[in-house]
Design a protein around this ligand. Structure first.
Ligand code: ACO
Length: 334
């Protein structure tokens, strides 16, 4: 357990999102695989998801989200010190998508890197940014969660193709003049779960070959039930540990923004925590699982619906491939 040692107070000062216009509904999927709108809705809570058009890559979505943040905050790209792009679907293995975004938005002073933590990526990114700004070396760190999952999904595999969508969201982390807004975090890795969710080929272990392509090894492979059980258990436990460490209870949380993987995972975790369901943001019906983008997208909805307001305590929580697990507590600052 880590306690925040106050070096400099930090806050989230802006939020921007982007989803590509094209949608793939459950009814569209009924034409691709043996499935039904009813099965998908009942088992996952998803109705539709956004899918990037041909030729569109993760950096394209990330750039739109980054520009939305800069517009909202009214600052030039040249004032950004670092860019973290949380993604498992980079445009290519290298250079990092963060480099592509830095160039496209004209963030001339920024360094940056890609952060690979799958669905926990955005929570890890926020934690990292809070430390970079908190230690006093950085003024403005842009955290982007962006994934184009449609590029690594096998649209012949009904057990995975119904789950994912494409999208991007970004938050800006800056020093706070209104006290500490980053109250705590609890992040962990359990690499023993790596086999449960992975893209088997395309890296140095199994480089791309005719055989890996023929074997569908460049797609997401998962043991859905193993992921489901782990996600429910560890998301609950990590949230509880984080709240306990701060002397807080779920009743103190104004809004919980969980990673959107499956509505049943979210409601199970919320039930175990005993948090009022009205405080839990769920927008999986409209976006599916956009991996690193779910938390900013759901936060954006909470803000625009007036559910998350300045001064509110917000709990971000996620579980992802790895396994990776993360939870952050922030006081919302605008
Ligand atoms: N349409 C119709 N039937 C389906 C579909 C589908 N799209 N997908 C699977 N089925 C069938 C299965 O073949 C199986 O049939 P069978 O009983 O004849 O063998 C039946 O439905 C039940 O399959 P289960 O795998 O037991 O279904 P389950 O209720 O566990 O739901 C799901 C599957 C939705 C994948 C669930 O396990 C899940 O959401 N797991 C979490 C996975 C996840 O979210 N991964 C994303 C990244 S990690 C993260 O974000 C936490």
């Amino acid at each position: 357990m880590y306690h925040i040692k106050v070096m400099r107070n930090v806050k989230i000062s802006a939020l921007g999102c982007y989803t590509p216009p094209r949608q793939l509904t459950n009814h569209d999927l009924e034409k691709l695989v043996e499935t039904s709108n009813q099965w998908i809705l009942e088992r996952t809570g998803i109705s539709t998801r956004h899918i990037a058009g041909e030729g569109v890559a993760t950096s394209d979505l990330a750039v739109e989200a980054a520009r939305a943040v800069l517009d909202q905050r009214g600052i030039p790209a040249g004032s950004i010190d670092a860019i973290l792009v949380c993604t498992v679907t980079p445009d290519m293995l290298f250079p990092a998508t963060a480099c592509l975004v830095q160039d496209r938005i004209g963030a001339s002073r920024a360094w940056g890197f890609d952060l690979v933590a799958a669905c926990s990526g955005f929570v890890y990114g926020l934690t990292t940014a809070a430390h970079l700004v908190g230690c006093g070396t950085h003024q403005r760190v842009l955290v982007i969660g962006a994934d184009t999952m449609s590029r690594i999904i096998n649209y012949k595999d009904r057990s995975t193709c119904v789950l994912f969508g494409d999208g991007a969201g970004a938050m800006l982390v800056e020093p706070s003049e209104d006290g500490q807004c980053f109250l705590g975090f609890r992040n962990e890795v359990d690499g023993s779960g790596g086999e449960a969710l992975k893209m088997p080929a395309g890296g140095s272990r199994r480089p791309a070959s005719n055989d890996t392509v023929a074997g569908d090894l460049h797609y997401v492979h998962q043991d859905g039930q193993a992921v489901f059980k782990y996600a429910v258990r560890r998301m609950y436990e990590v949230c509880k540990e984080l709240l306990d460490s701060q002397g807080l209870t779920p009743a103190d949380v104004a809004v919980m923004v969980p990673h959107q993987a499956n509505r049943r995972i979210i409601t199970n975790v919320a039930d175990r925590l005993g948090i009022d369901p009205a405080k839990v943001v769920i927008n999986i019906d409209r976006y599916g699982n956009t991996t690193a983008a779910t938390i900013p997208l759901a936060t954006r909805d909470a803000v625009s619906e007036g559910r998350l307001k300045k001064g509110d305590l917000v709990l971000f929580a996620a579980v992802g491939a790895g396994f990776t697990v993360g939870a952050n507590l922030w006081r919302w600052s605008y």
